[in-house]
Write a protein that binds this ligand. Structure first.
Ligand SMILES: [Zn+2]
Length: 157
C-alpha cells in the first residue's frame, strides 16, 4: 500500500510481458541498430556512468538490449538534487540505486526505455517540459506526469 493515492488507481493496461523494441525477437537487427542510433543522444548522457562504474563498484547488466547499472557513483547521481530517484532511464541505459531497485523497478523503467525509443533525442527535453506543464496543472510534476502514469499502468509499479 502506497501513501500516494495514485498507486491505488486501477491498472488499465497492466502488461507483465512488456518489452522495449530492442528486446523483441520479432524486430530485425537493422531496425534495432537504427533504434540504438535514434536513442543514442539520450543514452550517451549515461554512458560516462557506465564506463566509470568499473572504478566505483557495483554491477552492469545487459537485459533485453538494455544496459542496467548500479554502483556508488550511480547512487550519488541519483541522490543529487532535490528529487532523488530509485532508478532513472536515459535511453537504453537504466541507472539504479542498487540491485534491489534494479529488480523491483525493471518493468517500470523498461516502459521509459520504450518511451525513449519513441521520442529519441527529444526524450529528455519532452520529459522535462511535460513535468513542468503537469506541475503547473496539478502540483505533481512526477506522479501526474503522463509518461509516469503510463509506466505505472503498464508495469503495475
Ligand atoms: Zn518512472
Amino acid at each position: 500500500m502506497s501513501e500516494h493515492p495514485h498507486f491505488d488507481r486501477p491498472l488499465r493496461a497492466y502488461c507483465p510481458n512488456f518489452r522495449p523494441l530492442v528486446g523483441r525477437p520479432e524486430i530485425g537487427r537493422a531496425t534495432k541498430a537504427l533504434l540504438y542510433l535514434w536513442v543514442l543522444p539520450t543514452s550517451a548522457l549515461a554512458l560516462p556512468l557506465v564506463a566509470l562504474r568499473a572504478l566505483t563498484g557495483g554491477s552492469t547488466f545487459l537485459h533485453g538490449g538494455v544496459v542496467e547499472v548500479h554502483g556508488r557513483l550511480v547512487r550519488r547521481v541519483l541522490n543529487f538534487g532535490p528529487f532523488p530517484a530509485a532508478a532513472l532511464t536515459l535511453g537504453h541505459v537504466v541507472l539504479n540505486q542498487d540491485d534491489t531497485a534494479r529488480r523491483l523497478y525493471r518493468h517500470h523503467e523498461l516502459v521509459h526505455v520504450r518511451q525513449a525509443e519513441r521520442w529519441g533525442p527529444l526524450f529528455v527535453p519532452l520529459y522535462l517540459g511535460l513535468a513542468v506543464r503537469t506541475w503547473r496543472r496539478t502540483g505533481q510534476g512526477y506522479w501526474d506526469h503522463p509518461w509516469e502514469v503510463e509506466a505505472r499502468e503498464i508495469s503495475g509499479i
